[in-house]
Design a protein. Structure first.
Length: 199
């Protein structure tokens, strides 16, 4: 399994690049295969920062989190930016297509009644066929496994350099008979959309 952790903090966003450099330098040697940072542009966390990390095991994630949160340089960096933890969630990466980098990360949060590997593969295939051609760099599907009220939900992350591209892809999907039929087949329902700017 591969896990993606989402650590959201409120605070001063004037040195995001510097904060990302510290986070990357601390988490990567402890096993994070990707450390990234974004700022929420929509939703209840608008203006807050989320540090995402990807791990080969949940144990590695939590061991690293403990180590970093007690690291003197990391503590000083958080204090300097008045960073206060808001929430933390852990998800299982179910699929990844393309280059999951870009200026923006647009998330479609969904619930479904069919969680089979076949259902996941079908959704990924439909998203790759209908949504990605509109200017999406990469797509990652994450099922939240420990995230409070979001536990069990799927976070479909579309990485792009234009929010317009994401909305064009989304509009195309819901106008596409195959995409709609697959969504209905697995009982999928969008419950939230979140847009973030990558640092």
């Amino acid at each position: 399994m591969t896990f993606m952790a989402f650590s959201t903090l409120s605070g001063d966003n004037t040195d995001l690049e510097g904060n990302l450099e510290v986070a990357t330098r601390k988490f990567d040697p402890l096993g994070s295969t990707r450390t990234a940072m974004s700022v929420a542009l929509t939703g209840p966390n608008a203006g807050n920062v989320t540090i995402t990390t990807i791990w080969d095991s949940a144990d590695a994630c939590f061991d690293a989190r403990k180590a970093v949160l007690s690291d003197p340089e990391a503590i000083a960096t958080m204090q300097a930016s008045n960073s206060v933890p808001v929430q933390f969630g852990l998800g299982e990466v179910k699929a990844e297509v393309g280059n999951c980098e870009g200026a923006f990360a647009c998330a479609a949060v969904a619930v479904a009644s069919d969680h089979s590997d076949e259902a996941v593969a079908a959704v990924v295939a439909q998203s790759e066929r209908v949504i990605m051609p509109h200017g999406i760099n990469g797509y990652r599907m994450v099922r939240m496994v420990a995230a409070g009220e979001m536990t069990g939900a799927y976070v479909n992350l579309f990485y792009c350099d234009s929010v317009d591209a994401y909305f064009a892809g989304s509009a195309a999907a819901w106008a596409d008979a195959g995409f709609v039929a697959q969504s209905q087949k697995i009982g999928a329902q969008i419950v939230d959309r979140l847009i973030s700017r990558m640092v």
